[in-house]
Write a protein that binds this ligand. Sequence first.
Ligand SMILES: [Zn+2]
Length: 160
Amino acid sequence: MDTFSHALWGYGLFGHKRHAWLAILFGAAPDLISFGALMLLNMLSGTWHFGKPPLETLPSWLFTNYAFGHSVIVCFSVVGLVWLWRKDIAFAMLAWPFHILLDFPFHAKSYFATPLFWPFSDFSIDGIPWSHWYIWYPNVAGLIILLTYRFKQKRKVKNQ
Ligand SMILES: [Zn+2]
């Protein structure tokens, strides 16, 4: 899914009570450390273009960062360690594995299939890209339902 949707899912599922910014950040993190970093570098050098960059133009560090961020091995190791120390923070960080879960079926092998078990295995599936309307619209609908529900919940608590 796109980075913005990931951030919103993170907030709606794991940041609605506490640590909203952490949930938003960890929801987007796997993409921020890869494509976000590249975008920033390209903007600084004045070579940024809107749209999906072709594979052959991407630097090798991006693939490593992408794999790092989209591996459940890395993710659960980090979240697990934080869990021992601060359960509330670890809860907000669950936005990270949810990002991976959402990317896993919705990336094709031709463009960044999710390397679930990196660095131990390069297993991935040839999913349906999230840019297809029949994935994209349900994603937006799901977000609207979830965020409306959270907003109403908050108003209810305030009015009590
Ligand atoms: Zn992603």
